[in-house]
Ligand binder design. Structure first.
Ligand code: F6R
Length: 609
């Protein structure tokens, strides 16, 4: 949802701006631009297309250099991806340049008012309204202008601002969209996300809600929207620079798929002590847990799919009702939530607008909120009552893989922790599931060793235009994720269907041009799945079965292809069965020549509604 960078220092800011934007392209990549202050003027280069267009323009341009600059990579919301709509936008007076991540909800009213005052607009964006509003209020004090302008804005905005009259100041503003300051000696930075800063510094300060930062080359000061000085909290990030590099891999997605054993180990192992779990920061008394009327899991996209699996095993292990909601639906459906409801928000970025709004709504209704988050200090993490971090490391590919897997692993841990506190799980079951979680990295490693086999299966089907994923129970929930992965990166239309539901209508779509990927790992449902597969096979579909080693021989005769995963405690099998699904999507997209890490129309961190 747009990436912002900015830099102020004694050297040339431009190389950082370009390289920082490169690391933020996952947030949007339909156009990009840079504005610098040089020789008393604001200068701008901005173009439609990926960042490489700007890089090419600036390649041999030694003249385009300055100590102060801002940059932007865009995911269009208002106005098509064109040169003119690309950020930075510059004020009519030519003195103020600005980059924006978010949406200004009242931009039409503001635009009309400004047009009445004689302001002309070049672009179709909501962002240009902010900069022209500043232009209309500017009387020589840029800080005052920013404070007065943002009071008139409704919506979400992270802003990077430079002003030709104040070449020693970079201004940053945050409301409902993420923004981070990075500090180093003689140079300071802003960015939408940590990977942009890793090559320069490990010391960051996350802007809190409704804060303005005035930054110079020596340091920075934080203010609230009224202009009162605020306290600043610096954090040291322990992500390595390598974590945000592709290294020997062709795509970030493959690198991140391959990193899953490590990511799960880092997430799970520190929370296991002998035969039990330790979740020190969760202060949920037995009395509170006993009084719970239900648990609500709320999330978007793949994180929602984690919740879909968790609903099955949480109800099994906790024996309390568990509801799962899409955050965008939850927030507008008057949910029945009170002080006896535990809400769990799952989010990789910790900045997803709908998930954040669902969190706020839950707290307003009196519920306690636990969040499962990857990005330390993100908005969802900071506003939750308790946060459990996944230690996936930075996830760059737009399609999530390692964040999904670590979220799922952490949900097992949370379910076990609550189930045990409520005496709903036998010691034997508790210990067996912990053992299965401990074995996940090794078992995933084994699946990844077989990736060439999945590649060769993908080679047979990459040109299909219709794929169904079918399964029952948790396997159905894994199908949802398999189908989303395939859709988002290979642009094949696919659907996930509960296998038992097919014949209530959808089976009419099955024909000889359909690939059916059937996930069957649950013993009690095996025969039902076999019948469902026979039904689609009889209608000409090709069958790819995904099962465990135990059922390989049984299912082989009715499949065109079969992939097996190691047998482990059945409840934990979804953590394994999703891996071949990720690989199948990856190789299918690769054979189709798709832009795997940056699929069309998408951006990784959805900070707008
Ligand atoms: C799909 C994907 C998205 C995210 C969703 C939620 O591969 O990555 O569906 O899962 O946008 O994002 P977070 O987890 O950051 O809240």
């Amino acid at each position: 949802m747009c990436g912002i960078v900015g830099c102020i220092g004694k050297g040339n800011a431009v190389p950082f701006l370009i390289q920082g934007l490169e690391k933020l392209e996952y947030r949007g990549y339909d156009s990009s631009g840079i504005a610098i202050y040089s020789n008393g003027k604001i200068r701008v280069v901005k173009k439609q297309g990926h960042l490489k267009v700007i890089k090419e323009i600036l390649k041999d341009n030694n003249d385009f250099c300055a100590g102060l600059g801002i940059g932007h990579t865009r995911w269009a919301t208002h106005g098509n991806p064109t040169d003119i709509n690309a950020h930075p936008h510059v004020s009519a007076c030519g003195k103020i340049a600005l980059v924006h991540n978010g949406i200004i909800e009242n931009y039409i009213e503001l635009k009309e008012e400004l047009m009445k005052k004689g302001f002309l607009f070049k672009s179709d964006t909501d962002t240009e309204v902010i900069v022209q509003l500043m232009s209309s209020l500017y009387e020589g004090d840029i800080f005052q202008t920013v404070k007065n302008s943002i009071k008139k804005l409704q919506g979400s905005f992270a802003l990077g601002i430079i002003c030709a009259d104040n070449p020693d100041t970079l201004i940053a503003v945050k409301k409902d969209s993420p923004l981070i300051i990075g500090t180093s000696e003689n140079e300071n930075y802003i960015a939408s996300d940590i990977p942009a800063l890793l090559s320069k510094t490990d010391t960051i300060c996350r802007l809190q809600e409704k804060q303005i930062a005035l930054i110079n080359s020596e340091g920075f000061k934080l203010y609230d929207f009224e202009g009162n000085l605020s306290e600043k909290k610096l954090t040291v990030i322990n992500w390595s620079i390598d974590a945000a590099e592709k290294n020997q891999y062709e795509h970030f997605m493959l690198k991140e798929i391959m990193e899953q054993p490590r990511a799960i180990k880092d997430t799970v192992y520190p929370r296991i002590e002998g035969k039990s779990l330790k979740l020190d920061n969760l202060n949920l008394s037995k009395e509170y847990l006993e009084n719970l009327n239900k648990i609500c899991i709320v999330a978007c996209g793949s994180a929602y799919h984690v919740g879909c699996i968790a609903k099955y095993f949480m109800e099994l292990l906790i024996r309390k009702p568990v509801e799962i909601d899409l955050a965008s639906e939850f927030r507008y459906r008057s949910p029945i939530v009170d002080e006896n409801t535990l809400v769990i928000i799952i989010s990789q970025s910790g900045e997803t607008a709908d998930s954040l709004a669902a969190l706020r709504e839950s707290k307003r209704l009196g519920a306690r909120v636990i969040s499962i988050v990857n990005v330390v200090g993100s908005s969802i993490a900071s506003e939750s009552d308790y946060v459990l971090y996944t230690h996936a490391g930075p996830e760059i590919a737009v399609a999530t893989t390692k964040a999904y897997s670590t979220q799922l692993a952490l949900m097992y841990i949370l379910a076990l922790h609550i189930g045990k506190a409520l005496n709903k799980i036998s010691d034997e079951k508790y210990e067996s599931i912990i053992e299965a979680l401990k074995n996940l990295p090794e078992n995933i490693e084994k699946i990844l060793e077989g990736k060439e086999e999945i590649m060769s299966i993908a080679k047979n089907y990459y040109y299909y235009e219709k794929v169904f994923f079918i399964g029952r129970n948790v396997d159905y929930a894994v199908c949802m994720e398999g189908s989303l992965k395939l859709k988002e990166i290979s642009y094949i239309h696919s659907e996930a269907y509960a296998a038992g539901e097919l014949k209530h209508g959808t089976i009419s779509l099955i024909d000889k041009n359909t690939l059916v990927i059937a996930i069957a790992t649950q013993e009690k449902l095996m025969d039902k799945m076999i019948s469902n597969v026979r039904e689609v096979k009889a209608r000409g579909a090709k069958i790819l079965f995904l099962t465990t080693e135990k059922y390989y021989e049984k299912l082989k005769p009715i499949s065109d292809h079969i992939v097996s995963i190691p047998q482990t405690y059945e409840t934990v099998l979804p953590s394994l069965s999703v891996i071949p699904m990720q690989l199948m999507s990856y190789y299918t997209a690769k054979f189709r020549g798709c832009d795997i890490d940056k699929p069309r129309n998408l951006a990784k961190s959805v900070t707008v509604e």
